[in-house]
Design a protein around this ligand. Structure first.
Ligand SMILES: Nc1nc2c(ncn2[C@@H]2O[C@H](COP(=O)(O)OP(=O)(O)OP(=O)(O)O)[C@@H](O)[C@H]2O)c(=O)[nH]1
Ligand SMILES: [Mg+2]
Length: 303
């Protein structure tokens, strides 16, 4: 009989830090799959995301979180902060991500949000951007004053090939117990969630600074067929001018967004994807107007 190798050390680790330090990039690299969306803009991650890595007898349940930031920056950031703080509930350790040679008041605020009782591994990310590597030691000395760290590990989430030193530092905190998660799974979220996230990522990528923060994505219908996913989605913007930006000249921008999203979905779901994408202007007062919406049908595999 083929008995599966059951992990004996299994636990949950929250990945926290201020926005844009590379938390989601790190989650993806640690588990070896692109689950979390990544962008150059802060506030890319909006909800906690579990990524599971099973390595021999060790199992890590990583929880990627929205970037913690100043509560005064508005309602949205308060919601994101609440989500990130919730992720700390019941974890065995924290991977606190900072950027090499950049430690400011926002990072200090993250430190204050971490309960003193939780073991923390400091992940010093983006070391590839550090021109002068000699700056690393004084930086470590500076951050060490903030709290006790069980380890401090410099990485480049984007460029490193091997994350074993970081995993070894985190594995120390995994409790001895049977696997919390099925070793065959990567996450607890379904395909529908990822369809929405992938679309959001493409909006970030293709619209860059032009992307309005009010922009939202909804998956209206998600049909799971044997070798095909049929997806109907809507991008909602606040103003007609923003709709024109999302659609682009002769629909070129929307087509590029839809094509890139479909490629990523096909890679993640392992099957063809048909997607119909709409752009809508959210009306402050309900006064529907005919012909306001634009649909972009896409056949699977056709670009
Ligand atoms: N040069 C360099 N860039 C990186 C590295 N890790 C992440 N980045 C970049 O940093 C930016 C932010 O990455 P994310 O992973 O989205 O950061 P995040 O902390 O999850 O951001 P939020 O979800 O907004 O809090 C992206 O442009 C990444 O490509 C790294 O090791 N080196
Ligand atoms: Mg993120």
């Amino acid at each position: 009989m083929n008995v599966p190798h059951e992990p004996q050390l299994s636990g949950r680790i929250a990945i926290v830090g201020r926005p844009n330090v590379g938390k989601s990039t790190l989650l993806n690299r640690l588990i070896g799959a692109k689950l979390a969306i990544v962008s150059k803009r802060p506030q890319t991650t909006r909800s906690n995301l579990l990524g599971i890595l099973t390595r021999g007898d060790q199992q890590f349940g990583f929880v990627d979180t929205p970037g913690l930031q100043d509560n005064r920056s508005g309602h949205q950031s308060r919601t994101y902060n609440r989500e990130a703080i919730q992720a700390l509930d019941g974890v065995d350790a924290v991977a606190w991500v900072v950027e090499a040679d950049r430690f400011g008041p926002e990072d200090q605020a993250v430190g204050r949000a971490l309960p003193a009782s939780l073991p923390v591994v400091l992940v010093i990310n983006k070391i590839d951007q550090l021109q002068d590597k000699r700056r690393l030691l004084p930086f470590i000395d500076r951050v060490r004053r903030e709290r006790d760290f069980s380890a401090m590990v410099p990485v480049s989430a984007e460029h490193d090939a091997n994350f074993d030193p970081l995993l070894d530092a985190l594995a120390v905190h995994l409790p001895e117990q049977a696997a919390l998660y099925d070793p065959e799974t990567l996450t607890d979220r379904g395909e529908r969630y990822f369809a929405g996230e992938i679309l959001r990522e493409k909006l970030f990528r293709f619209l860059g600074a032009e992307l309005p923060y009010e922009c939202d994505v909804s998956i209206d219908q998600f049909e799971e067929l044997p070798r095909l996913r049929r997806i109907y989605a809507t991008i909602t913007v606040a103003k007609p001018g923003q709709k024109a930006i999302v659609i682009g000249e002769r629909g070129a921008q929307l087509k590029a967004i839809a094509t890139a999203a479909r490629h990523d979905m096909e890679a993640l779901f392992g099957c063809k994807v048909f997607m119909e994408l709409w752009v809508k202007v959210q009306r402050a007062r309900a006064r529907p107007t005919a012909g306001q919406d634009i649909a972009l049908p896409g056949e699977p595999g056709q670009d």
